[in-house]
Design a protein around this ligand. Structure first.
Ligand code: SF4
Ligand code: SF4
Length: 646
């Protein structure tokens, strides 16, 4: 099924597939270039065993699979049943997701330490105030000491969090006391970032943890080592090195490409290299080189979360999210696709071969055959950034003018909502937000996070869900590819307050903010944790008592599973829009959808239809309001809206 055919899959969604994507899918079809949707169609129908999570290839006595109809084998060769196999598969995915974020965090930490020692080129401590505040939080003496020395000591303390000799990670001091006590009781307080992922993998080896509940409890602990560990270190130190985001205007969609410029897309997740490329693209010598090749300058655009990092801090324009990475090349106007790691489809080199685009990999841990590899080295960051920009400029004369097809005008959007900037907008205290929630002007807040997935019509669930929530006076916070989707839909401007219900609209208009706030990249979901913890501490309650929810309507990645787990383990119920491979075990499904609530005060729900997901979330938020003694809407009064589209 093509993207265009999938467009009709959620007839109730108020959103539709963006025009720039549909235009470029048509170009791909006309040129006979396969895209992610074609490859998905070739894979369908997917294997039923794998979709249910009941296949296992963890050892060479297998592979094994459990017959979900009860007629064939009910045990693997080792004796593992469906519950154990499903739990093991899920736990492994959570370990991979956590390890990915946390390895990203370690990369940032290494460059931060080298920068603090003065051993890098192109990097600096951009936010000294945040560095000193973090050092104080971590118990490091700051008074009268050079900033670099404080930075080195902070880095050493944070490196300790990756090891195995601690009882709790440093940032768990931010967690409200009742939640910390709960984690201690459940023995899921994260102790070491690497330790939890390694132990998770150990437990899933044949013959180790054979109790699916015990296995999944450790999976929660592993995810917490991501959310309150590796990802949080990544976010906080990226702010220190590149600046803590403040509200900034930018633009989004394929219209951000310029027909007369050298266009370079920065794709992946880690801002380390892309930030120096931004500096390199401003080099007068390189701009002159671009002009000597016939271009009218150099134009940088972002993709996925590298794009989010750059937009949040520097206002760099965003070409698109995950599923746009092939389509951006169909414009015929992209000279360089510079990638770091995560969510980069190997297929991009095949698409690039059909155009003049130069694909440049930069992380030694993430090479792609067919791409040019330029190894990132922070000691020579700026020189490497210049080399990459130069290589992209050299591709410009190969552009075929007749094939250039930039399908849309860019849409303006506002980004840059760090916790610090939100509190600043509120006058330095969460009180105005708490008061608005208490009065009912704002019913609650929902984080819509995660990816785009070719199984879902592009952007429709992330946008449709946000639309229904803001209409019902629920503040929406977005990160990752969900943020890009909402930006493209025009929901992230101060003027978009007109789309919100009357209470939320009044608050947004008073503060000059959109009803859908961009909080950053996937690792920046930690900002949501920090904000939720600050609200809970302010009110003297635990996070699970707050009228909050999470949603990942179009998730695809193992990182998204880890995010969902740490959000739930932190006390925020989360609705998934894509079914995870767990339905081969009714017991695991019951544990995640019901049993978890008794343990951590939050649970998962699965609802692919964004209209129904909005109903589920609104009921949840009103129940939380009732629990806090706030005015609430009766469950029977909450229904799906009438579809607004034809
Ligand atoms: S671990 Fe058990 S279920 Fe998995 S492949 Fe080996 S024998 Fe089969
Ligand atoms: S939101 Fe998902 S698809 Fe998008 S960049 Fe993050 S992990 Fe990748």
């Amino acid at each position: 099924m093509t993207l265009l055919e999938r467009n009709g899959q959620h007839p109730a969604s108020p959103a539709s597939v963006p025009a720039d994507a549909t235009a470029m899918v048509k170009v791909a079809a006309a040129l006979g270039i396969p895209t992610v949707w074609d490859r998905l169609a070739a894979q369908e129908p997917h294997c039923g065993y794998c979709s249910l999570g009941v296949s296992c290839r963890n050892c060479s006595m297998g592979p094994c699979r459990i017959d979900p109809f009860g007629e064939g084998p009910q045990l693997g060769v080792c004796g593992a049943d469906a519950d154990l196999i499903v739990a093991r598969n899920l736990a492994r995915a959570i370990a991979v997701g956590s390890a990915s974020h946390s390895d990203h965090g370690r990369d940032i930490l290494e460059v931060f330490e080298a920068t603090a020692r003065g051993e890098t080129s192109g990097y600096r401590i951009a936010d000294e105030g945040k560095l000193l505040a973090l050092a104080t939080e971590w118990g490091i003496q700051t008074e009268g000491r050079p900033v670099g020395e404080v930075g080195v000591e902070l880095a050493e303390a944070m490196f300790e969090d990756f090891g195995s000799r601690k009882t709790a990670l440093g940032f768990t001091s931010r967690v409200p006391q009742p939640r910390r006590a709960l984690w201690d009781r459940l023995q899921i307080t994260p102790r070491g970032i690497d330790r939890e992922s390694v132990e998770m993998l150990h437990r899933t080896h044949m013959g180790v943890d054979s109790d699916y509940t015990n296995m999944l409890l450790h999976a929660l602990r592993t995810s917490l080592s991501d959310g309150w560990g590796g990802s949080m270190i990544a976010t906080e130190l990226s702010d220190v090195m590149f600046g803590t985001p403040k509200p900034v205007m930018s633009q989004v969609n394929l219209g951000t490409l310029k027909a007369d410029a050298v266009n370079i897309a920065l794709h992946g997740h880690n801002p380390l290299l892309s930030d120096v490329i931004v500096q390199a693209a401003e080099d007068p010598e390189l701009i002159a080189l671009a002009k000597s090749k016939g271009a009218n300058g150099i134009n940088l655009v972002g993709l996925c979360c590298t794009g989010n990092e750059l937009m949040m801090r520097r206002g760099v324009q965003m070409a698109g999210n995950h599923l746009m990475q092939e389509l951006v090349m169909m414009t015929g106007a992209l000279e360089g696709m510079v990638v770091d790691y995560q969510c980069i489809m190997p297929s991009i080199v095949d698409v690039a071969k059909c155009f003049h685009t130069q694909v440049i990999t930069t992380a030694d841990k993430a090479k792609i055959p067919g791409a040019v590899h330029i190894s990132f080295d922070p000691a020579n960051g700026l020189a490497i950034g210049r080399e990459i920009v130069r290589l992209s400029i050299e591709a410009f004369p190969n552009r075929v003018a007749a094939r250039v097809n930039i399908p849309s005008e860019p849409v303006p959007m506002m980004a840059g909502f760090s916790v610090e900037s939100i509190l600043a907008a509120l006058g330095g205290t969460p009180k105005p937000l708490v008061d608005a929630i208490a009065s009912g002007a704002i019913r609650g807040a929902v984080g819509i996070v995660g990816c785009s997935n070719p199984k879902v019509p592009l952007d429709t669930s992330s946008v449709g869900l946000a639309q229904r929530l803001i209409e019902n006076d629920i503040l929406v916070i977005v990160t990752g590819c969900a943020a890009v989707a909402n930006g493209k839909a025009g929901q992230m401007l101060p003027e978009s307050a007109a789309k919100a219900g009357p209470g939320l609209r009044a608050v947004c208009e008073a503060l000059g903010i959109p009803p859908v706030l961009h909080m950053g990249s996937c690792v920046d979901n930690t900002r949501i944790l920090v904000l939720a913890a600050a609200l809970a501490k302010y009110l003297g309650v635990d996070i699970h008592q707050l009228p909050l929810a999470g949603a990942a309507p179009e998730w695809y990645s193992e990182k998204a599973i880890a995010i969902g787990c740490y959000v739930v383990a932190s006390g925020i119920t989360t609705v998934l829009g894509v079914q995870p491979p767990i339905f081969g075990s009714p017991k695991v499904v019951d544990l995640l959808a019901n049993g978890l609530e008794g343990a951590v005060g939050a649970k998962f729900a699965i609802e692919p239809d964004p209209e129904q997901a909005a109903v589920v979330i609104r009921k949840h938020i009103e129940a939380k309001r009732q629990g806090l003694g706030l005015p609430f809407i009766e469950e029977s009064q909450i229904q799906a809206a009438e579809p607004v589209h034809a």
